[in-house]
Design a protein around this ligand. Structure first.
Ligand code: PHE
Length: 454
C-alpha cells in the first residue's frame, strides 16, 4: 500500500476508543485495585496519577510522535525519525516485544473466554475449594486452554484482517462503550452490598505508613504497563492518526479513561470482597479463583444475581483483553505487511499462526510441560519476565532518549503542535523537559530497582 493510500482511523472518537482499548486490559483489572489496596489506598492513587502525568503520558506522546511522523509500522517509524541509524533496532525490539507479549496475553485472554463459558453454564458454582481446583485443573489441561487461545486469536484475526477502520476502529467503538456500561452496572451492584463501605474505605483510605520507595516504583511500573507503552502498540496506532489529531490532548484523554477503568475495577472488587469477608489478592488467582467465589457468596441473597454478575464480569474482562490483544496483533501485522510487501490478510494470518504456535507452548508450559524450564522459568513466566521486566523498560528508556536528545526539536515540536496550528507551545516545553530528563531517570530507577540494585 503506498503512503497516500495508507489506512487511518476515521474519527477522533475512533482514535481515542481504539487506543484506550489497547490501554485498558487485564492490568487495570487484576493489578491496579490490588496495588492500591496494599500500598496505602488514596495515597497510592495520588502517586499513580502523578506517575501517569509525569511518565506515562509523556512516553505515550513520544510514541505518538514517532508513529505519526513515520506513518508506518514501528520498526520503520523509528528508522524514519532517526534518519535510518542504529535507533532502528529499538523499533525492531518494540515489534518483537509486542509479538512475544501477544502470545502469552492470548493465553490469559483465552482463560477469560473459558470463564464466560463456564459462568454461562453455571459451572462456577460450588464451594471455594471446588472453584480453586476448577482453575488449577483447567489451566493445566492440555487441550482446553489451547482451544480458547486459538479461539480468541481467531476472533482477533477476523477483526484485524478487516483493516484499521472497518476492523479495529469499529470493534473498539462497539466494545469500549459496552465495557464501560457493564463495569458501571457491576460497580453499582457491588457498592450496594452490605458492608460495601468497608471495601470502599480500604481502597481509598489514605494510609501514609505504607508509602515507601517500593510504592513509587510500583506505581511507575504499573503506569507504564497499563498504558501499553514500549510494545509498539501506541506507535503503530499513532501511524493511523490524522495530521489533525491533537497528540497531547489524546494522550491525556486516554490516560484518564485508563485510570477511571482501573478505579472502577477497584470499586467492583473490594466492596464485594469485603462484604463477604474475603481478602483479595492479585493476578490470575484474584480473577479466576477469588472473584468467582466472592460473586457467588456476595450476591446469594437474590436468585440468579450472582450468576448474572459473574457472567457480565467475564464478558467485560474478555472484551478488555480482546481490545488489547488487537493492538498487539496489529503491531506485527503492520510490520509484516509493510516490510514483506504482502497483503494485510496474509500478514494477519501469518501473525495469527505464529501466535497460536507460541501460545500453545506457553499454555502447555503451565501444565503438561511444567517440568521443562528455560533459565529456571516456564515459557509463560519467561515471556512475562523478558518482555515486562527487560524489554519494556529498555525500549521505553531509549525511546525517551531518542526523542529528547537525538531527534531535531523542530520535528518533535511540529508533531506536538500540529505544525504550529495548536496553541500549546508552553505545554511542549514541559513535555520536552519530562521526556529529556524525568522519564529516562525514572525508568532507570524502575529497572535498577527490580533487580535489587537499588
Ligand atoms: N495495557 C494493557 C493492560 O493494562 C496491557 C498491554 C500492554 C496491552 C501492552 C497491550 C500492549 O492490561
Amino acid at each position: 500500500m503506498s503512503k497516500l493510500e495508507r489506512a487511518s482511523f476515521g474519527s477522533k472518537l475512533g482514535v481515542i476508543l481504539a487506543t484506550a482499548g489497547s490501554a485498558v486490559g487485564l492490568g487495570n483489572i487484576w493489578r491496579f485495585p490490588f496495588m492500591t489496596g496494599q500500598n496505602g489506598g488514596a495515597v497510592f492513587i495520588l502517586i499513580y496519577i502523578f506517575c501517569v502525568l509525569l511518565l506515562g503520558i509523556p512516553c505515550m506522546i513520544s510514541e505518538f510522535i514517532i508513529g505519526r511522523h513515520g506513518q508506518s509500522n514501528t520498526a520503520r517509524a523509528f528508522s524514519k525519525i532517526s534518519g535510518g541509524s542504529a535507533w532502528t533496532l529499538i523499533g525492531y525490539m518494540g515489534v518483537l516485544t509486542g509479538f512475544l507479549i501477544s502470545s502469552y496475553y492470548a493465553v490469559v485472554s483465552g482463560w477469560c473466554l473459558e470463564y464466560v463459558w463456564a459462568s454461562l453454564l453455571g459451572k462456577l458454582e460450588g464451594d471455594p475449594a471446588y472453584i480453586s481446583s476448577y482453575f488449577e485443573t483447567f489451566s493445566k489441561d492440555p487441550v482446553k486452554p489451547v482451544f480458547w487461545t486459538f479461539l480468541i486469536l481467531l476472533v482477533t484475526y477476523l477483526i484485524v484482517e478487516h483493516g484499521v477502520r472497518n476492523g479495529i476502529e469499529r470493534a473498539s467503538k462497539l466494545m469500549m462503550p459496552i465495557l464501560f456500561i457493564l463495569l458501571l452496572i457491576i460497580v453499582v451492584a457491588s457498592c450496594l452490598l452490605p458492608n460495601a463501605q468497608k471495601g470502599i474505605e480500604f481502597l481509598i483510605k489514605p494510609d501514609l505508613s505504607k508509602v515507601n520507595g517500593d510504592v513509587f516504583l510500583g506505581a511507575l511500573g504499573q503506569s507504564f504497563y497499563s498504558l501499553s507503552i514500549a510494545m509498539g502498540c501506541i506507535c503503530t496506532y499513532a501511524s493511523y492518526f490524522s495530521k489533525q489529531t491533537n497528540l497531547p490532548n489524546s494522550a491525556i484523554q486516554i490516560g484518564v479513561i485508563d485510570f477511571l477503568v482501573a478505579l472502577l475495577a477497584g470499586l467492583v472488587i473490594f466492596p464485594a470482597a469485603f462484604s463477604v469477608g474475603v481478602q483479595p489478592d492479585s493476578g490470575p488467582s484474584l480473577i479466576f479463583i477469588t472473584l468467582p467465589n466472592v460473586f457467588q457468596q456476595a450476591f446469594s441473597g437474590i436468585p440468579a444475581l450472582g450468576y448474572v454478575i459473574a457472567l457480565l464480569f467475564y464478558i467485560l474482562l474478555s472484551m478488555a483483553a480482546l481490545t488489547s490483544l488487537m493492538s498487539l496483533h496489529e503491531v506485527s501485522t503492520a510490520f509484516l505487511e509493510e516490510e514483506m510487501g504482502t497483503t494485510r490478510k496474509k500478514a494477519a494470518l501469518m501473525v495469527t499462526v505464529f501466535c497460536v504456535l507460541l501460545g500453545i507452548f506457553c499454555s502447555l508450559s503451565l501444565g503438561a510441560g511444567q517440568n521443562y524450564h528455560i533459565f529456571g522459568m516456564s515459557l509463560f513466566n519467561l515471556f512475562d519476565f523478558v518482555t515486562g521486566q527487560l524489554m519494556l523498560p529498555f525500549v521505553g528508556f531509549l525511546t525517551c532518549i531518542l526523542i529528547g536528545w537525538f531527534v531535531p526539536h523542530k520535528i518533535v515540536r511540529d508533531e506536538f503542535t500540529n505544525r504550529g496550528t495548536l496553541d500549546n507551545v508552553r505545554l511542549f516545553h514541559i513535555y520536552l523537559f519530562l521526556a529529556k530528563y524525568v522519564c529516562p531517570i525514572c525508568i532507570m530507577f524502575i529497572f535498577l530497582h527490580q533487580f535489587g540494585w537499588l
